[in-house]
Design a protein around this ligand. Structure first.
Ligand code: BGC
Length: 758
């Protein structure tokens, strides 16, 4: 029965849930040691702690001031460097650490940072793919493996996890995040921070400090254009952008990285409201903030700071504690402080925070604790690590379509034809952030399939994907003209029982500085697919991509589609095990797949608009005249080799007061032939609120494993956390009124219950 809607204007009594997060606990012993040390430090030594140099690998942006290795070594000796990034390997790290510890006046150790984004040497799937697993334990494990390899290589700190919510598939960095949803994004952010940092004690030399990035709003760069401005209203900022960062801080996160973008004209590294008032004061974050690469310096071309000195002042006063390869704090802050133009309290606060993290990591007790060559050999690339990334890779795969019972493949008696450059690639599957890993070290799909010997396997490359092998530093040049190889593939297609085509993007088309305006299959691939389909339609399309692609034709015509992203080192083994049914796919999309690029930004937690009537009424309804407004594949979507039935969805009380024990439950049954996993998803809509709410928002989920015919009742508690939202002042509020509570296996196919908070 539909419950009468409450007139919010008259009855609204806003319950403000306390935002006062318990301040991250400080260790008084450490604070005393910092007092003693800081009392000895000169201005130069203090600002030196706030300076981070890149090692000798200039790939994520122009290095404006770094200087030669000799100059950097000299500055370390002078105590003008607090940290280095991209120095790696026990030998290399020891060399720089020794200078800091043994040759500087105070012997303050360096903290060594590195982009450990989806693994170190043994690579996991790209983060967007991992998010598709919805398996928090596996994601935490994957970060733990990454941390252990990095730590064993002498690294103390990762520039991850990236927790930028994004609704824009054009933006190349969606591959680095957890997709479009702040709830899923927050859960994954927490899992990753735990995986990197463990219990935050850093007793183990295999755990490292994490860095939540990019703070904030980078995922909302206008038009998906890399390094662009972000225009974000309060509602989006508080409800979409900030929640994962807040969740990570509440978990004990030790560092935060600013972003390149501006929000409403303020560069993130100078954003006092975000850094000081929100992160540090309101949330009680006790770690330190690092700029993104030269982002303090970039405030000048942004048209915000008129020169290097004013950039230094704005950044330090806003709360950016460390300058990554920008060359702004050293020398300008030193001079500005001597001239009395920067209040010492800003520098002192920054230095205290940096020293705190160094103490917590145990670097003062033993600056060489991460530097053990024996451990380095044992940990990196271990069998256990390969097993862990393989497990993660299988769980990240999403089955998008499976008709004609093409999948799983039979284990014998089939003639399998494998097509596409990506099918034999040992490089692209590694993903885009793989700086510590060697090129061409992934297991290709071809190699993975060869482990299954019961079938005849024939591989034909077909038209080449690119005109040259791409690298991290070059734009990928897709082949748009050379059709050689097509004929051979067509001939081979005639006699195959099943054709597996591995198509998509090269991984270097994704990541930083890799925005695209076209998200169709690039190059000749769609034509290749259509040509083969004409000859033999028994095609399994295996997608390799780091962003949602609009694959309309394939989605309509190709009987089986498997989203296999860029799955890392064990890629081909994971794909083969899924295709052969040794692992029943269980992934669900963490980002909406658009029908075409013009729909972007498209996301499930949208608004109903004031014109939500259907098209039978008249033309004046919210729609596109030339395309459907619905997604190609919705958020949360993914199939299995088995089928699931949802029934008996109920709530224990339809009208309830704040604080009452409210539960919804649903019974899930495996109605198919295979054991399998389903992600049961709970969405809620606050139907009328003082700030209009989205049509639905993910509020809980559970990953359930069931044998054929087995059932399970899944219950979710409904508390203020699920019912509330951030208002435009950034306060978390819970308003009485009617709510829709929805449950199902994706964001579109949902069972609905109405309920009312009195
Ligand atoms: C990226 C960061 C990265 C940094 C260091 C920047 O270009 O935006 O995400 O951590 O480089 O490599």
């Amino acid at each position: 029965m539909r419950i009468t809607k409450i007139l919010i204007t008259t009855l609204m009594s806003i319950i403000t849930v306390s935002n006062a997060n318990a301040q991250q606990k400080l260790n008084s012993e450490i604070e005393k040691k910092i007092d003693v040390l800081m009392a000895k430090m000169t201005i130069e030594e203090k600002v030196g702690q706030m300076n981070q140099y890149n090692g000798f690998w200039d790939v994520t942006g122009p290095a404006p001031v770094g200087g030669t290795a000799e100059q950097k070594y000299e500055n370390i000796k002078k105590g003008l460097v607090g940290s280095m990034l991209t120095v790696r390997g026990v030998k290399e790290v020891k060399a720089v650490q020794k200078i800091a510890v043994e040759q500087t006046r105070l012997g303050i150790p360096l903290i060594i940072g590195f982009d450990v984004i989806h693994g170190y040497k043994t690579l996991s799937p790209i983060p967007l793919a991992e998010a598709a697993s919805w398996d928090l334990a596996a994601i935490e494990k994957s970060a733990e493996v990454a941390a252990s390899e990095a730590a064993a290589s002498g690294i103390n700190w990762t520039f991850g996890p990236m927790m930028d919510i994004s609704r824009d598939a054009r933006w190349g960095r969606v591959m680095e995040g957890a997709g479009e949803d702040p709830y899923l994004g927050s859960k994954i952010a927490v899992a990753r921070v735990k995986g990197f940092q463990g219990d935050n004690s850093f007793k183990s030399p295999l755990r490292i400090a994490a860095s939540a990035k990019h703070f904030a709003g980078y995922g909302f760069v206008v038009a998906g254009l890399e390094y662009n401005a972000s225009e974000i209203g309060s509602n989006t900022l508080y409800n979409q952008v900030l929640p994962p960062f807040k969740a990570a801080v509440d978990t004990g996160l030790r560092t935060v990285m600013t972003s390149f973008n501006t929000i409403n004209g303020i560069p993130a590294s100078a954003d006092k409201y975000l850094l000081k008032e929100t992160l540090k004061n309101k949330w009680g974050f006790s770690g330190f903030v690092i700029s993104d690469w030269a982002s303090i310096r970039e405030m000048i071309p942004w048209g915000y700071s008129k020169d290097e000195k004013s950039a230094a002042i704005s950044a330090v006063e806003a709360g950016t504690d460390m300058d990554m390869e920008g060359g702004i704090y050293v020398p300008h802050l030193i001079e500005l402080m001597k001239q009395g133009k920067v209040d010492q309290k800003y520098v002192d606060d920054a230095v205290r925070r940096i020293l705190r993290v160094k103490y917590e990591l145990g670097l003062f007790d033993n600056p060489y604790r991460f530097l053990d060559e024996k451990r380095e050999k044992e940990v990196i690339g271990s069998k256990a690590n390969h097993e862990a990334v393989l497990d993660m890779a299988k769980k990240s795969i999403v089955l998008l379509k499976n008709e004609k019972q093409l999948l799983p493949l039979k284990k014998s008696g089939q003639k399998i034809l494998l097509l596409g450059t990506l099918a034999s690639s040992k490089n692209s599957p590694l993903g885009s952030w793989r700086i510590a890993s060697d090129n061409n070290t992934a297991v290709s799909v071809l190699e993975g399939l060869k482990n299954y010997t019961g079938n005849t396997l024939n591989f034909v490359e077909g038209p080449k994907l690119t005109t040259e092998e791409p690298t991290f530093l070059t734009e990928v040049k897709y082949n748009t003209t050379d059709k050689s190889g097509l004929e051979e593939a067509k001939q081979a297609a005639k006699s195959a029982d099943v054709i597996i085509m591995v198509l998509g993007e090269h991984s270097f088309s994704t990541g930083e500085a890799r925005s695209r305006t076209d998200i169709n299959l690039p190059g000749l691939q769609e034509e290749f697919l259509k040509e083969i389909y004409k000859i033999n339609p028994n095609i399994v399309l295996v997608l390799n991509n780091g962003r949602p692609l609009s694959i309309n034709w394939a989605s309509e015509n190709i009987p089986a589609i498997v989203e296999a992203w860029h799955l890392g080192t064990e890629s081909g083994n994971a794909v083969a095990q899924v295709l052969y049914g040794d692992y029943n796919p269980s992934g669900k999309l963490p980002m909406t797949f658009p029908r075409n690029v013009g729909q972007i930004p498209i996301y499930y937690n949208n608004y109903s608009t004031g014109r939500y009537t259907d098209k039978d009424n008249n033309v004046f309804w919210s729609h596109y005249s030339d395309a459907e407004k619905t997604p190609l594949y919705p958020f949360g979507f993914g199939l299995s080799y088995t089928t699931f039935d949802y029934s008996d969805f109920k709530i224990n009380k339809k009208s309830f007061a704040k604080g009452e024990n409210i539960q919804v439950s649903v019974t899930l049954k495996n109605t198919g032939k295979y054991e399998g996993k389903e992600v049961v998803q709970l969405y809620i809509q606050d139907e009328f609120a003082s700030v209009a709410r989205p049509v639905k928002e993910l509020k809980a989920f559970e990953l359930v494993n069931l044998k054929p015919d087995e059932s399970k009742t899944v219950s979710f508690p409904i508390t203020e956390k699920e019912l509330g939202f951030y208002n435009n002042q950034g306060d978390f509020v819970v308003e009485p009124g009617s709510f829709k509570i929805m449950v199902g296996g994706n964001s579109q196919d949902l069972k609905i219950i109405e309920a009312e908070l009195l």
